[in-house]
Design a binder for this molecule. Structure first.
Ligand SMILES: *Cc1c(COP(=O)(O)O)cnc(C)c1O
Length: 463
């Protein structure tokens, strides 16, 4: 049994390492189509078992044509980081250990690494000392968790115990959001019973930043009632940041809670050259950040952060004990800070990535990605017929071809089929655009140049 296990895991390591090397040279897209993959994987319910080594070989071989080289250096779709080798290895360690990370008692080492990784995250992002945190699946659940803490606090201030009484008969909660918020803010509000359709929307400018003058008007127009403002660090299309000092000043004047969705943009805080983009963000009340995007740990991992540990705990801990138990010196039970109960050790890859890269290494990834985004913008912008639609302040570049939705979509389709690189499409202010996101730790200038050549060639062939 034990030698079988060694052989099995060694084989898996070999398969994965081979695949990773392939990502640097082979087409970025998946080769296989839906029918082919269904034919490869589907079948009747297995009646009898198969040996582990055999099934692993079979599944790895069947999966290969349907894999996307998204951890590779020329995947620029959506906002998807890669995975740093140390973080990948740590993720495997955590799976191998298979300790439940809900409770300290189930996995003391995991709990302590998570405690340290959370504190390091707070410090690297420049947030107030003592900020509480929880490791969740991603930005979506981090937004949900931060907004749950917000809902608790604003209703508690109005004398309403939402954990006990729910929202039936509760004072109305105003939620003020920017027009260019991420869809997961709306999903979070649905799950929290506030309703996505009840939000008050603040205008955004041409880059997607919340308009602070309109925010003031919206806040002053409403009844004084429990209020939450959702701001954003890093728009998924343009990379733009909301004006945090103005948002936080207005929130303070209206007694509102500020939640910041900073899934990838919050990492700008780690750098020297981009930190000014997040000026004032440390004055917010809660934050959502992803680790699986720019920190380049494997899927899935996000972090919710909260300036008010008591509110965070009250909203998510299993018993609505309104004061944090234990205190300094007591072990930390991860399940008290997230919606999950049992879960994998998401803090372990974060802890290891932070040690492997160091603060300098993380800042280097973020700064380099942004410099590569500027390179994309300069090189593509110089191609006749190509227009860059956004101010490239971060890692996101929006590109449009021949002032035409149709041509732009055709170029995106062509690029995806070509396989040199992979970009997704979007619609920005009513116009189709190619969306380029640079978020991988291993992308180089040569990768950008090769990708630009491919895009320019595909565009030329269409003209
Ligand atoms: C990616 C993203 C989210 C959602 O995060 P997941 O990790 O996909 O759950 C939310 N907000 C922003 C700004 C994002 O970029």
């Amino acid at each position: 049994m034990s030698s079988d296990l060694h052989d099995l895991l060694a084989r898996v390591a070999q398969i994965v390492a081979d695949e990773r090397v392939r990502y640097e040279t082979q087409p970025v897209r998946a080769d296989a189509g839906l029918d082919e993959l269904r034919a490869a994987f589907d079948g009747p319910v297995p009646l009898h078992g198969t040996d582990a080594d055999k099934i692993v070989e079979e599944v790895a071989a069947a999966a290969q044509p349907g894999l996307v080289a998204s951890p590779g250096p020329r995947y620029f779709g959506f906002v998807i980081g890669g995975s740093h080798p140390a973080a990948l290895a740590a993720d495997w360690l955590a799976s191998g250990w298979d300790n439940n990370s809900g409770l300290y008692a189930c996995g003391p080492s995991n709990a302590v690494m998570e405690e340290v990784a959370g504190r390091w995250t707070v410090e690297m992002l420049g947030l107030p000392a003592g900020t509480s945190f929880g490791f969740v699946t991603g930005g979506m659940m981090a937004n949900f968790s931060g907004l749950a803490a917000a809902r608790h606090r604003v209703l508690a201030e109005a004398g309403w115990d939402v954990e006990e009484r729910g929202l039936q008969g509760a004072p109305r909660v105003r939620v003020v959001v920017g027009a260019e918020r991420h869809a997961t803010i709306d999903m979070s509000l649905r799950y929290l019973g506030i309703g996505a359709g009840t939000v008050e929307v603040v205008r955004a400018d041409g880059q997607g930043r919340m308009d602070a003058v309109h925010l003031r008007e919206v806040l002053e127009a409403g009844e004084p009632t429990p209020t939450i403002i959702c701001a954003q660090a890093g728009n998924v299309n343009t990379g733009a940041f909301d004006p945090f000092p103005a948002v936080c000043d207005l929130a303070a004047a209206h007694g509102a809670w500020v939640h910041v969705d900073g899934a990838f943009g919050l990492w700008a805080a780690v750098t020297d050259d981009l930190r000014s983009l997040v000026d004032g963000v440390d004055r917010a009340d809660s934050w959502a950040v992803d680790a699986h995007k720019w920190l380049n740990v494997p899927y899935d991992c996000g972090v919710v952060l909260c300036r008010h540990p008591d509110d965070h705990h009250a909203a998510l801990a299993v018993e609505a004990a309104y004061l944090v138990q234990g205190g300094d010196g007591a072990p930390r039970d991860g399940f008290e800070w997230v919606p999950e109960f049992s879960r994998r050790a998401r803090g372990v890859p974060v802890y290891v990535a932070m040690r492997a890269l160091g603060r300098d290494g993380i800042a280097g990834i973020v700064s380099r990605c942004c410099s590569l985004a500027r390179r994309f913008s300069a090189e593509l912008g110089a191609v006749p017929g190509v227009e860059v639609l956004n101010d490239v302040v971060l890692n996101q570049v929006l590109v449009r071809f021949d002032e035409s939705d149709e041509r732009t979509r055709a170029v995106i389709d062509g690029v995806q089929a070509d396989g040199t690189c992979w970009m997704s499409g979007t619609v920005w202010h009513g116009r189709a655009a190619m969306r380029i996101s640079v978020s991988n730790w291993m992308t180089t200038e040569a990768d950008v140049d090769r990708s630009v050549e491919a895009i320019a060639r595909i565009h030329r062939d269409l003209v």
